[in-house]
Design a protein around this ligand. Structure first.
Ligand SMILES: [Zn+2]
Length: 256
């Protein structure tokens, strides 16, 4: 079975290695660890807590370098920053020309910004909408979900993929948005999936067409995420949607 991990953070420079523990993951074993967990393709951005655009651009450049190295195994995601509107728009256009269709995972708290909708982001989203790109974004208990809803509602042509189901209270907010907006999706990375029954509950309340498999590797153990999905008594169609179809539909891999 194909398994696309929609949410990873690859790196070449070990400075950008997000594994919490030293000397476990490195550039050379990154792909083989994922492959041995059964994962056949990955998406995601290179992350580091830079707050200035010159440095943030370096993360995008590294993502494109990785694309050259990992080829079809990797779908790169790039960063934008609401404090740098012109630079972000330039970056979006440049990377789109290079074949990039994914923005994020965006991790605002890590890069010195906060909410997902404001005047500057409106301008950036207009460009993202024009370029037909998908946005992957971090959520946690500090995320202003009402503000995020404004972005989802204002830009129905952009597919927004929220990351991390989290605990039940935030999960219920995700569910509300998933039911209300065709252009909102949720990836399973990070906190949430290890709560037994969460995924079955999520599929029952929404639809397997709105849920994408993700791990947050190298922060999280990829094999435990694969097994957690398989252990939730889902039917084959749901499993195919979550593991493969939804990511494939959003990002049209055949063009990459
Ligand atoms: Zn992440």
């Amino acid at each position: 079975m194909q398994i696309i991990d929609f949410h990873t953070h690859p790196f070449i420079n070990n400075k950008y290695n997000s594994c919490f523990y030293p000397n476990i993951v490195n550039y050379d074993n990154f792909k083989s660890i994922l492959s041995s967990a059964g994962i056949t393709k990955i998406c995601g951005s290179v992350i580091y807590n830079y707050t200035d655009f010159e440095n943030i651009k370096k993360l995008n450049i590294e993502a494109l370098e990785l694309k050259k190295e990992l080829n079809n195994f990797y779908i790169p995601g790039i960063h934008i920053h609401p404090n740098f509107v012109d630079e972000s728009i330039k970056e979006l256009n440049l990377r789109k020309k290079q074949g990039v269709n994914l923005v994020g995972e965006l991790v605002p708290y890590y890069n010195g910004w906060k909410n997902y909708y404001n005047k500057n982001l409106h301008i950036i989203y207009e460009e993202i909408s024009k370029l037909n790109m998908v946005v992957s974004l971090h959520t946690d208990l500090n995320t202003d979900m009402n503000n995020l809803e404004l972005a989802i509602k204002t830009f129905p042509n952009i597919s927004f993929v929220g990351a991390h189901p989290n605990q039940k209270e935030l999960l219920n907010t995700h569910i509300k948005l998933l039911k209300k907006y065709d252009n909102y999706y949720l990836d399973l990375s990070g906190t949430g999936l290890l709560r037994y029954g969460m995924l079955k509950f999520l599929v029952t309340k929404t639809s397997s067409t709105k849920i994408l498999f993700g791990t947050d590797f190298p922060i999280c153990n990829p094999k435990s995420y694969v097994e957690s999905v398989l252990f939730e008594n889902l039917n084959t169609i749901d499993l195919e949607n979550i593991f493969y179809n939804n990511s494939n539909n959003l990002l049209s891999f055949e063009f990459l």
